[in-house]
Design a protein around this ligand. Structure first.
Ligand code: ADP
Length: 162
């Protein structure tokens, strides 16, 4: 069984993430989306909210599973018995940090490979931060996140303003 993990914050999931999930799921027997429970990042959505959103949006992809994790990505990969870590690459700025993380992970766990997937051109500008920023100023985010996610972001932002 060739299993890959796709780790990230997904706060919240965007069309850019979904695109990587769909493409990466075709390259392995099972893809586990790992939602990082990193409280230092001060996420807008709770870990359960982020996991549930991704589960709902990937329901139709039979070999995609979603789970949360804390701590090191390599430990999550080991726990899932995965051989591959998938990361998306948008710009050169992603590359600089990603190559460093991939090489440190390789030192820690030589059997684990990191595969970088270039973003689709149409999502190369997109990040969860961009989606949240637009939403906070009442902007249209329908090109950034799936329809189910829009009211959830709007509700969170309203809550924060109270
Ligand atoms: P992290 O905080 O770990 O970077 P993110 O949720 O921001 O988590 O991203 C998770 C993964 O998805 C990363 O590999 C990131 O490069 C990738 N990613 C984010 N946005 C896009 C996008 N628009 N296109 C392709 N990959 C993306």
């Amino acid at each position: 069984m060739r299993r890959a993990i796709y780790p990230g914050s997904f706060d919240p999931i965007t069309y850019g993430h979904l695109d990587i999930i769909k493409r990466a799921s075709k390259l392995c027997d099972e893809l586990v989306v790992g939602v990082l429970n990193n409280k230092q990042k001060n996420p807008l959505f709770s870990i359960d909210e982020r996991v549930n959103m991704i589960r709902e949006l990937t329901e139709n992809l039979d070999n995609v599973k979603v789970d949360s994790f804390e701590g090191l990505t390599v430990d999550f990969a080991k726990a899932k018995d995965a051989q591959v870590i998938i990361r998306g690459l948008r710009a050169v700025t992603d590359f600089e940090i990603e190559i460093q993380i991939a090489q440190s992970n390789k030192v820690q766990y030589p059997d684990l490979e990191t595969l970088f997937m270039p973003t689709s051109l149409k999502y190369s500008y997109l990040s969860s931060t961009v989606a949240k920023e637009f939403a906070s100023y009442g902007g249209d985010i329908s090109l950034f996140v799936p329809p189910q996610v829009i009211p959830l972001i709007e509700a969170k932002i309203k809550d924060k303003e109270k």
